[in-house]
Design a binder for this molecule. Sequence first.
Ligand code: SF4
Ligand code: SF4
Length: 458
Amino acid sequence: MPPENQEECNNSLNNVITKALGIYSHKYKFSRYNIYKKNTDGALLIFNTKTGAFSILTSQFINTEDKERYLTDLVKNGYIIEKERNERGEVIEDFKKVTDDKTIMRLIILPAEICNFRCIYCYETFSGRKRPNEIAKAIVKFVYRHIKKLKTLEISWFGGEPLLAAESIISVTQECLRLAKANGVKFLADVTTNGYLLTPRLCKNLIAVGITGYQVTIDGIAEVHNQYRKLKTGGDTFQRILENLCGIKRLNDEIYVIVRTNFDQNSIYKLDEWINLYSANFGDDKRFRLLLRPIFRSGSERDRRLKICPLEKAAKIESEFSLYLWEKLGFPDSYFYEVLLPSPKAVYCYGGLSGCWVIGANGKLWKCTDALDETSSLGYLEENGTLSIDHRKLTEWQLDTKSWIYDRDCQDCIFLPLCVGGCILSQKKRKKGCYILHQSITDAMEMYYMKKYLKGGD
Ligand code: SF4
Ligand code: SF4
């Protein structure tokens, strides 16, 4: 639903464009993906969901006679486009191109379907499997078979707790890195871990084989985190994870660390204390990023133990606390652009990429880490590095016709370039997961203007 002042903003922009373009105004039209916010002082804030550009047109800018500058800025950022362009068609074309791109391989590998934690919201069933050597070899053989056709190879280690199989992670990643280097393929690797075993020393060994991305979960201050994320044997985990992260911060390597905080309605009451603690420890290090995420319903038994926020409320809480964190960090531009403003994408998630596979500890194949049950499995990675796939099941993950991107309401939605139809699992269940709030975007835009242009003067 467009905000009430959208039309008024369109008129403002129209004036700017008419003024800027003069006789050329017949050549251009507004992008259908502009989100506006007009400030009381006359400044016009614009965010374009297709280009991800954000601009502030102050009244001085609007009144300047420099028409060349108007034109360049407005066209470059995609706020106005040539009349014959079909932006919606372009979004759909990009989506098709990327989902079918065979030059990108993304492997999400579960080296150990076991865990040393028992988090209260975990949906994993823990088969107890740890990857035998044959599967490690099969993964390398699979990469070897395809490497010549690739431009990008991305390996993500996931669990259970992947670091329970650290040796295997190191040997497989090392071999994949070698193959990528030998064939001029871009190589990326990351690990999602509970952080308990991620000592600075182990981290150094992982970095040495090219693993530069780390996602570690801390669900709040000790009192909250220790309730949600206990050891399998019942012990607390907060202090050790925090110490590990502080140790990793002292390493000088080029890495990035996402500290993920999951919340439900019971855990948000101390979120501000956690944000303060996080900022004091990691706020000065650009390699660290705190990500707040609501816990979603899984439809399983675990939902009863939690007080899960409804989708819209969760998005609001996420946005409010993200703004609070931004303030604590001193309003860095990087946080604003990377976290507060959603980024356009060609495809919503890895599950939609034809070259993406989730590989279980025994070689079982899936498409998504949120659907690791027996019925969702698509087949096996064979020991010789080939895939045995149930093609009937695979078509359910092919987005050619099933994506919401072909739905009329989605095609009319201003968020289409940000959400691209959303989660495939929700598409399979014919349920939309619209999670982006117009208000969160305009609040962030307004706060940026107040803090950066008006120097905090509210
Ligand atoms: S799923 Fe919802 S947010 Fe995404 S494009 Fe469709 S209507 Fe818009
Ligand atoms: S399909 Fe949905 S649940 Fe699965 S990885 Fe994509 S976004 Fe996540």
